[in-house]
Design a protein around this ligand. Structure first.
Ligand code: NAD
Ligand code: TYD
Length: 351
């Protein structure tokens, strides 16, 4: 094997697409997926590649420093692609503490473990920290986040991610740890946990349940197909410069209400329903506390310096996503049984 790479959070939404891309594209790499399997981690996401000879899974909590140090000592990875995190803003509002442990302490544990085994030889080593555009805070109606935008996180989720980004940069500056960071906009696509807007809406529309839209639905997000994010991660991991940050975005801004109306049209078509049937489920509910108005990314640096660009138009990506959820009913059924019901009731009431 040419390289051993740890991918943390590889059983989650984005992580599973990154694991699949690396396992299939780089047969000479040994890919080790390190994941605690929280409610968001699901090995079903990796069924198609779990028996590949260059893939291994280690169930581990990144908050446990001993466990992490032992894994680094055992496998001596050349690279780390760090995606493991608590990732849902609404959960960070109802229970912030878990976000501090996993997103901050967990990241520091990985940085310390990498430092320890790489201290004699930093040649060809790389610690790649995956972050979010939410660290930049909220935009007004104009402007885009660039790599120079000052951090101004507003939710416990984004504050914890911002904190971890600062620590990654501090380890680069102070200890010369070879790091790279990317900050990506909202992802969508297959395997997305149905607590987030698009998969939650798909599941509710399918079951003729109300689609909860926070406030007036005027908040804007910049959506990127998850496989395009995984492609960007591949490019940055291999060609990004040490110590640099790259913004990743879809150049694809939608207000929540326009997005959901478009999704409703796609669902009517796919489910053979009369036009307007799904849109009749749209229900405006109490706004999220501290709800960021608008995120939008300028990915010029990544596109110009490393030659990446999104491969899919949004309408095409949305259709592919809906098709995936409608064909993978079992996946969705397994996810929405059990704990999900309790979460949904706490969050949205019994509707
Ligand atoms: P996710 O919630 O779907 O998956 C997170 C994964 O991390 C799960 O498999 C979970 O089991 C694992 N995990 C959580 N806590 C852990 C712990 N203590 N130890 C080990 N594993 C743990 O998240 P996602 O949407 O795939 O996001 C992945 C990364 O990308 C996160 O760092 C997130 O901040 C970042 N990101 C996400 C988006 C997005 O739109 N989803 C956008 C930009 C950046
Ligand atoms: P979400 O998918 O949670 O991602 P993030 O908060 O990280 O951007 O939410 C996307 C947008 O959709 C955000 O503006 C909040 C809104 N939203 C709703 O209106 N209703 C919902 O039920 C959810 C989950 C989100």
């Amino acid at each position: 094997m040419k390289k051993t790479i740890f991918i943390t959070g590889g059983a989650g939404f984005i992580g599973s697409h990154v694991v699949r891309l690396f396992v299939t594209k780089y047969p000479t790499y040994r890919i080790i997926n390190i994941d605690k399997l929280t409610y968001a981690g699901n090995l079903e996401n990796l069924k198609d590649i779990e028996n590949e000879s260059n893939y291994l899974f280690e169930k581990a909590d990144i908050v446990d420093a001993n466990v992490i140090n032992n894994l680094f000592a055992k496998y001596k990875p050349d690279g780390v692609i760090h995606l493991a995190a608590e990732s849902h803003v609404d959960r960070s509002i109802s229970n912030p503490t878990e976000f501090i442990y996993t997103n901050i302490v967990g990241t520091v544990n990985l940085l310390n473990a990498a430092r320890l085994i790489w201290e004699d030889n930093l040649q060809d080593k790389r610690f790649y920290h995956i972050s979010t555009d939410e660290v930049y805070g909220s935009l007004g109606n104009e402007g885009l986040f660039t790599e120079e935008t000052a951090y101004d996180p507003k939710s416990p989720y984004s504050a914890a991610k911002a904190s971890s980004d600062h620590l990654v940069r501090a380890y680069n500056h102070t200890f010369k740890l070879p790091v790279v960071i990317s900050n990506c906009s909202n992802n969508y696509g297959p395997n997305h946990f149905p607590e987030k807007l698009i998969p939650l809406a798909i599941n509710n529309i399918k079951n003729m349940k109300p689609i909860p839209i926070y406030g007036k639905g005027e908040n804007v997000r910049d959506w990127l197909y998850v496989i395009d994010h995984a492609r960007a991660i591949d490019v940055i991991f291999h060609n990004g410069r040490d110590g640099e940050t790259y913004n990743i975005g879809g150049n694809n801004e939608w207000t929540n209400i326009d997005l959901i109306k478009t999704l409703c049209d796609v669902m009517d078509k796919k489910l053979d329903r009369a036009p307007g049937t799904s849109a009749s489920l749209i229900t405006f509910v109490k706004d999220r506390a501290g709800h960021d108005l608008r995120y939008a990314i300028d990915s010029t640096k990544l596109m110009t310096n490393l030659g990446w660009k999104p491969s899919l138009q949004f309408e095409e990506g949305l259709e592919k996503t809906v098709d995936w959820y409608l064909t993978n009913e079992e996946w969705l059924k397994n996810i929405v049984s059990g704990n999900y019901q309790e979460y949904y009731k706490d969050m949205y009431g019994s509707r």
